[in-house]
Design a protein around this ligand. Structure first.
Ligand code: GSH
Length: 106
């Protein structure tokens, strides 16, 4: 059975921050790619980004982190690049000026 992608994001400390933390970049990418995923909400105020289990996935103790089965990756632009290459969508495969532009803007 295909394992569900998990995106680890945060519960913003202030409601004004909703939608502007970097996990939003990855949610947007997952939505554009029409992929099913589970959004795992972590609360940094409660130390949930500093647990030994989470630090194994992301030693920086920040969000976002994405796990895809046994594979995991952190840093929002690296995650978006991983997803685009895996799905072969939203980024040209050939080394074109468009690809360079896309990568520079992730
Ligand atoms: N360069 C990283 C930045 C990650 C980052 O700073 N994440 C913030 C949210 S935007 C965070 O985890 N803040 C909670 C904390 O530091 O405890 C990326 O793009 O993924």
């Amino acid at each position: 059975m295909k394992q569900m992608i998990k995106l680890f994001g945060i519960k913003p400390a202030l409601k004004e921050l909703k939608g502007i933390t970097r996990d939003f970049r990855v949610s947007w990418m997952l939505e554009e790619l029409n992929l099913n995923y589970e959004f795992v909400v972590l609360d940094p105020q409660k130390g949930e980004t500093q647990t030994p289990e989470y630090l194994k996935l992301n030693p920086t103790g920040k969000v976002p982190t994405l796990s895809d089965g046994e594979f995991s990756i952190f840093e929002s632009s690296a995650i978006c690049s991983y997803l685009a290459h895996k799905e072969k969508k939203l980024i040209p495969e050939q080394e074109t000026p468009e690809k360079k532009f896309g990568l520079q803007n992730m």
